[in-house]
Design a protein around this ligand. Structure first.
Ligand SMILES: [Ca+2]
Length: 189
């Protein structure tokens, strides 16, 4: 049925990766080509090579996105390298929620976890005021209103009034945000 893996130039474990990521073979082949190009044909992508992804290099939050790429996998976090399998799983999170098979890897909650980890620089499960300001500055520049914006946003979302946001508080604050729309990208076949 369909095209053979050999024709599409896919990794050996392509079927498994497709199953767990929700990508089809065409999309995966495209990502695989991209991976091999970025990694110079190696089996690992380094942090520096990942910087060349347009989604990262064109984004003011590029460095934070890179950190969040490594967040899920303790092994990646330590080595700052990722295999194609890990790369495909990180990107699968950005599959639009309404396309392809239902698959929890691209659920709203998982997209939110990724966003949360961009803010949680210390990786302690909370977004502090300072962390929030740091990320806001990356997005907005050194704007004079930033401290007021940060204070207000944290105060509004901080249900437990401890001056920092847990993932639950963050999720609640994002309840009415179109997360799927904001945190998805199109993957071509
Ligand atoms: Ca933190």
């Amino acid at each position: 049925m369909g095209l053979k893996n050999t024709k599409l130039d896919l990794p050996e474990d392509a079927d498994d990766i497709c199953k767990t990521t929700g990508f089809n073979h065409g999309q995966l082949a495209r990502l695989y080509r991209r991976f091999k190009h970025l990694s110079d044909g190696e089996t690992y992508l380094t942090r520096d090579q990942l910087k060349n992804l347009r989604a990262v290099s064109d984004n003011p939050l590029g460095d934070r996105i890179l950190e969040a790429f490594f967040f899920d996998d303790p092994e990646c976090q330590e080595t700052k390298k990722m295999t194609f399998n890990q790369f495909a799983h990180v990107l699968a999170r950005f599959r639009p929620g309404n396309s392809g098979p239902a698959n929890e890897i691209n659920s709203k909650e998982n997209k939110l976890k990724f966003a949360f980890s961009m803010y949680d620089i210390t990786n302690d499960g909370y977004i502090s005021y300072d962390e929030f300001i740091y990320v806001l500055k990356l997005v907005l520049g050194d704007h004079e209103q930033i401290e007021t914006i940060a204070e207000r946003s944290i105060a509004e979302a901080d249900v437990t009034k401890n001056g920092r946001l847990s993932f639950d508080e963050f999720s609640q604050a994002m309840e009415h945000v179109a997360v799927d729309q904001k945190m998805s990208m199109r993957f071509k076949n």
